[in-house]
Design a protein around this ligand. Structure first.
Ligand SMILES: Cc1ncc(COP(=O)(O)O)c(C=O)c1O
Length: 391
């Protein structure tokens, strides 16, 4: 009989902080929670209609199997996966791309293997856990800069450059990496990309940009923030994930062919795992044929976002032009109570608790979708007119 009661110490700590997490099954409520911004997964758009790549896939001998049978470096590589990488690289105007099994794997895989001892990583303080975990695994020395604060980034770049110059005096090679996201997952705001790129140029730093929440949503065809600003050529690596607006699962790292070769050789979350199966890759390829065309959905999404931003509510709200809308309700118990009230009204909205976000900035993370209705937005904002009565 296994005695695992030692796990209770940490679990009870979570309970005492009102931060115990549990899994919930969907209950058919109005979706203000999923990352399916354009409704590709919810509305089963990938199951509908003809796919022009299907014939190619059949021709290239790729049965749409649910197992890839091995790592990409062994039995798990197949024509459809490489064709899809090339097609996505063309769409995103990159020289090359490499698929990973998830955005988490991609971020972990890039950051853990590229920065070397003596290199410096400067990352936005609100960077996603997958970026931070990759940074923790790397040999580089990491410092965070204040969220979206280009003055702070510049200060740190200047210090990093000075340190690098000292190392170079001793003949050591050094690189500086700047890590940020196009849309921040817990705040919904955009990185000041033009300014960050200008700083990277000035200080010869390599920019790594996570486009997880920009993919499918930002830019006329959903290309992401870098392309929308014409800055794709200035990014050392861009990571686009498929689990959000793309309605699938997986991710691609875009950059040079040299970067692709490097990752194939050194990225452990690419090498030591079973490749994505053909069925998943086909879905990704199909989604990339579909989402660039979803202009009406992107327009509608923007209208609903504006409606939410303009409605009067009784709580502080972060400025955001993206589907991620944030209402600050300090305190785990308080934010849970408001989320519960909204849940009881049939709206699926989840609280984001400490320690996921800093104490005092606990929040509701409200995700707007192209398939939400104006009535749903109005019902939501009406329910947030007043703070609940204090007990
Ligand atoms: C900014 C950001 N990067 C990366 C990821 C990880 O992507 P995936 O869900 O594909 O693992 C997420 C999703 O949680 C995210 O929000």
């Amino acid at each position: 009989m296994v005695d695992d009661r030692f796990l209770d110490d940490k679990l009870n700590e979570r309970r005492s902080q009102d931060a115990f997490r549990r899994l919930r099954l969907p209950e058919g409520k109005t979706d203000f929670c999923s990352n399916d911004y354009l409704g590709i997964a919810t509305n089963g758009l990938l199951e509908e209609g003809e796919w022009s790549g299907a014939e190619d896939a059949a021709r290239s001998g790729a049965p749409l199997a649910h197992g890839s049978t091995g790592s990409r470096l062994l039995a798990g590589n197949y024509p459809l996966i490489e064709e899809t990488e090339r097609a996505l690289a063309v769409f995103h105007q990159a020289e090359a791309g490499l698929l990973f099994n998830s955005g988490y794997d991609a971020n972990l895989g890039v950051l853990s293997c590229i920065p070397q001892r003596g290199d410096i990583i400067l990352y936005d303080s609100l960077s996603h856990a997958s970026l931070r975990d990759g940074i923790r695994l790397s040999f580089g020395t990491a410092f965070s800069f204040a969220h979206n604060d280009v003055a702070d980034l510049e200060k740190r770049l200047a210090a990093a450059q000075e340190k690098g110059a000292q190392r170079q005096d001793k003949g050591a090679q050094r690189n500086i990496f700047v890590v940020t996201e196009s849309v921040f997952s817990m705040d919904g705001d955009l990185a000041p990309l033009d300014e960050i790129v200008a700083l990277c140029q000035r200080y010869s730093a390599q920019l790594i940009l996570d486009e997880a929440h920009g993919t499918g949503v930002i830019g006329p065809a959903g290309e992401g923030l870098a392309q929308a600003r014409g800055l794709q050529g200035e990014c050392f690596a861009r990571i686009h994930t498929f689990g959000k607006a793309v309605g699938c699962h997986g991710a691609i790292v875009l950059g040079s062919s040299r970067l692709r070769n490097y990752l194939i050789n050194f990225s452990r979350s690419f090498i030591y795992t079973t490749a994505l199966p053909p069925a998943s890759v086909r879905a990704i390829a199909r989604a990339y044929e579909l989402f660039p065309q979803l202009h009406d959905q992107r327009r509608r999404l923007q209208q609903l976002i504006n409606r939410f931003q303009q409605a009067a509510i009784g709580y502080a709200r972060l400025q955001s032009s993206t589907p991620i809308q944030v209402v600050i309700v300090p305190g785990n118990a308080e934010v849970r109570a408001l989320a519960e009230r909204l849940q009881q009204a049939g709206l699926d909205i989840r609280p984001i608790l400490y320690p996921t976000v800093p104490k005092g900035s606990e929040r509701l993370r409200i995700v707007v979708h192209s398939f939400n209705t104006t009535d749903e937005i109005d019902r939501l904002t009406a329910l947030m007119q007043k703070k609940p009565a204090q007990p």
